[in-house]
Design a protein around this ligand. Structure first.
Ligand SMILES: [Zn+2]
Length: 143
């Protein structure tokens, strides 16, 4: 198993229904980009309504250990819609998608190494928490 076996019910427990539904809608729109997937957790870049991308980290099966860089989470410390979107996307991903996500940063490091960048590992580590940098390093046009 590549991804943590999230307990979706526990993740959403105590959350307002509207927040859960918005998180699921974000996932359906493909706004949650899985950056790192391991049995220990998930790191995702999740786009919000205003086009700002937040960094979401979910470590526990029930998301009791979750963090998001959005203002809601920073203020309240409560699980937000971006956490729901990240978990929902990970649960919804098929084996191939999980495989791709789990090797993503390793592949990027290898690529940068091959390009002769001696700061490859450092750059990739920064890109984990910097959506724009990640897109740039992966060669996608920055939107
Ligand atoms: Zn959030």
């Amino acid at each position: 198993m590549i991804a943590p076996e999230f307990d979706y019910e526990a993740v959403c427990r105590g959350m307002p229904e509207a927040r859960v539904m918005r998180g699921e809608a974000y996932a359906a729109k493909g706004w949650a980009d899985l950056v790192e997937v391991s049995p220990a957790g998930v790191l995702a870049h999740v786009k919000g309504e205003r086009g700002i991308t937040y960094v979401v980290e979910v470590a526990a099966r029930d998301a009791s250990d979750a963090r998001c860089t959005c203002p809601d989470f920073q203020e309240s410390g409560l699980r937000c819609k971006h956490v729901v979107a990240a978990v929902f996307t990970a649960l919804d991903a098929d084996e191939a998608e999980l495989e791709a996500a789990s090797g993503r940063l390793t592949r990027l490091t290898d690529l940068l190494d091959m390009e002769g960048r001696d700061d490859a590992a450092l750059l990739v580590d920064r890109a984990r928490r910097d959506p724009a940098l990640l897109r740039e390093l992966e060669g996608e046009p920055v939107s």
